[in-house]
Design a protein around this ligand. Structure first.
Ligand SMILES: [Zn+2]
Ligand SMILES: [Zn+2]
Length: 536
């Protein structure tokens, strides 16, 4: 049932993808020229999303954006697992039906992903809407001797699939040894390696009718069935976090190739690395993760995207966490957090209070970097606007900046390397913007116009740098002001007073006001449209 490989003419312009199955980079050769199918294992909706979920969604998001920018037609499928043990457990704990839990947290997930600027998938299948293809797939596997029913359950017969373990690089013998040492042995299974495709309903659990009696699907079969329903038996790229390689993706391969034959199913397996919160230093009182919402309360969504993209998607990412004392502002290390006592002032803040004073230094740095990019873009756009009709027409072909950027993206979507290529052009443009006389005006305009045009493409690929620069910079300023509890009304009063003093040519008073603002850590910028303020 193996099918002929796609022809070399289907190759997109030399995009290399690291394929977990091959343990190597492979040139992306598509099933159908110009079209690419991408599947991403979406969330199991029983709680709010955390930053690890955000990274797992961002990786395919940027891959899809890049492939589209390269001219490919991409079908992006990201599922929602809305039937699962964890959802049922949460429903029982909260005293609400499982379906209600799933609906609520699917909505919350959408809210978080929208806040993070994620593309909406073209199709977002839910398990609850795919019972028919799931049951059909299980029926096929039973018919081929790859699955068996046992007391209302259906199990996959791992011993009947010769390639089992090839993705996770595990040998069935070794897996068996590991399984043998476990205490509980399920007598319904022929082998401890066999996994459930269908689970017979227990009292009080949601259930659907099937040829094996009422029950619900196992987690792994859901993804196989939804891939098949929306991308066909064979498609291009399957994404997910490293933690899904084994057993989830291993089992997806066993199920789908078991049903459709060798060589079918995903042609490239793309797995992203973990997020490590503060290494081992994270205190018990803070727990070991942060929700997307907690992070977005402190930082702009683009900052979070940018920060996550500074590191190659396959690498682990260190998410440094600091905590300041809510009373005196002194840094509280892990030991101080665990004891709940500030070493500087002796205050005893509880875990709740500590959580409100969390800082993410990596994100603070990333935000500074974004501010630099936006300040540069603001200056570039201003120059072009002032030049008006003298501005060159937008370039129709990619400039050197975009070419260098895309070269890294074509090398296994290396966003870190791609971001690195922006440093030099940004410095050059800032040099040109601040250069006075002696610069060829036409050459300067052409360089700035090319920069702006290339950065628009970069913004489309990353989902960063695409905001109106003035709006982004003002939002950042106001967020910082709120965090520092700056009295904005007082700042506006000072600005008005300074405007009046300048109008009255009272320079002594104007300078005094500038000094007062400087004492608040602020600068005043005087322009033709009046005075504005910012942080020094
Ligand atoms: Zn999955
Ligand atoms: Zn303190």
């Amino acid at each position: 049932m193996s099918q002929a490989g796609p022809s070399a003419s289907n190759a997109s312009p030399l995009i290399q993808v690291f394929d977990t199955l091959a343990s190597a980079k492979r040139e992306l050769v598509l099933q159908e020229s110009g079209r690419c199918g991408v599947y991403c294992c979406g969330p199991t909706v029983y709680d709010l999303s955390h930053v690890g979920n955000a990274r797992a969604a961002l990786v395919p998001d940027v891959i899809v954006r890049f492939l589209r920018q390269q001219g490919l037609q991409v079908k992006y499928v990201r599922n929602i697992t809305d039937i699962d043990d964890k959802i049922i457990a949460r429903g029982q704990a909260d005293g609400v039906p499982a379906a209600e839990v799933a609906a609520r947290f699917a909505d919350e997930y959408h809210r978080d992903m929208a806040a993070l600027g994620m593309l909406e998938p073209d199709v977002e299948p839910r398990v609850s809407g795919h019972l028919e293809p799931i049951i059909a797939l299980i029926t096929t596997l039973v018919g081929r001797g790859l699955a068996y029913a046992a007391q209302g359950d259906v199990y996959y017969r791992v011993a009947a699939f010769a390639d089992y373990g090839k993705l996770g690089k595990r040998k069935p013998e070794e897996l068996l040894e590991g399984a043998g040492s476990r205490v509980e042995v399920d007598t319904r299974k022929e082998s401890p390696l066999d996994f459930a495709l269908w689970k017979a309903a227990k009292p009080g659990e949601p259930a659907w009718d099937s040829p094996w009696g009422p029950g619900r699907p196992g987690w792994h079969i859901e993804c196989s069935a939804m891939c098949g329903a929306h991308l066909g038996e064979t498609f291009d790229i399957h994404c997910g976090g490293r933690d899904l390689i084994f057993p989830h993706h291993e089992n997806e391969i066993a199920q789908s190739q078991g049903a459709f034959g060798p060589g079918t199913f995903a042609q490239y397996w793309v797995h992203n690395g973990f997020i490590d919160f503060a290494g081992e230093k994270m205190s018990k009182s803070l727990g070991n993760f942060f929700t997307t919402r907690e992070v977005l309360a402190l930082h702009d969504a683009e900052t979070v995207r940018y920060f996550l993209l500074t590191v190659h998607y396959r690498s682990g990412l260190n998410f440094d966490v600091r905590v300041d004392c809510p009373e005196c502002g002194a840094a509280m290390g892990r030991e101080a957090q665990d004891q709940g006592v500030c070493p500087a002032c002796g205050a005893t803040p509880g875990p709740e209070a500590l959580r409100t004073r969390v800082r993410f230094p990596g994100l603070e740095e990333a935000e500074d970097r974004l501010a630099y990019v936006y300040t540069t873009l603001a200056g570039a756009r201003k120059l072009l606007a002032e030049a008006g009709a003298a501005s060159p027409a937008p370039a129709t072909s990619p400039g050197a900046l975009l070419q260098a950027f895309c070269e890294h993206m074509r090398n296994d979507f290396n966003t870190g390397g791609a971001l690195g290529t922006l440093s030099r052009p940004l410095a050059d443009i800032n040099g040109l913007l601040s250069a006075g006389k002696g610069v060829d005006k036409a050459a300067r305009l052409a360089a700035v116009a090319a920069f702006v045009a290339d950065m628009e493409q970069v913004a489309a690929i990353l989902g960063c740098f695409g905001a109106e620069p003035g709006v982004w910079l003002r939002r950042r300023r106001d967020r910082r002001a709120a965090q520092m509890r700056l009295d904005l009304a007082r700042v506006e009063e000072l600005l008005t007073a300074r405007r009046e003093a300048r109008a009255a040519k009272d320079w002594g008073r104007a300078d005094a006001i500038r000094d007062e603002m400087s004492a608040l850590g602020l600068t005043v910028n005087d322009g033709p449209e009046g005075s504005t303020w910012d942080f020094a």
